[in-house]
Design a protein around this ligand. Sequence first.
Ligand code: AMP
Ligand code: ZN
Length: 144
Amino acid sequence: MENCIFCKIINQKIPSHKVYEDDVVYAFLDISQVTKGHTLVVPKTHVTDLFDYDEALASAVFARIPKIAKAIEKAFPEMEGLNMINNNKELAYQSVFHSHVHLIPRYSKEDDFSIHFGNHQDDYQSHELSQIAETIAKQVAEND
Ligand code: AMP
Ligand code: ZN
């Protein structure tokens, strides 16, 4: 897609530090290395976000991810963990609107990465959780 920075990277119109490429994905270092080896895996097809994937593309992209994650782990044996992050829409911190998966290797609790999951176990009663689950389940079934 014209004017998409990641399409330009995939098409070699702007430079990147490539880690891996095949017919489905292009993987390269995030310009802002939250930690050493922070890698973006992007589908070569321009899809805006998760809502833009079909099942075949999602399986093909995800199928490549363990291989790249394992390569990062082998490259940097001091790595002790890895976060896989995929942001969708501006509210959820997406800033480049060509879908991508962040692979962020973790070496230390003192690095500059954090995710906060507040504890909200008391927010919903069991019957309310059932209702929420049913609402989603109905949509999953309808879209099958
Ligand atoms: P997100 O906020 O999840 O959309 O992530 C977009 C990521 O793309 C950010 O972490 C940016 O640092 C990264 N990024 C933006 N432009 C480039 C670029 N030209 N090369 C590599 N990474 C980039
Ligand atoms: Zn694109």
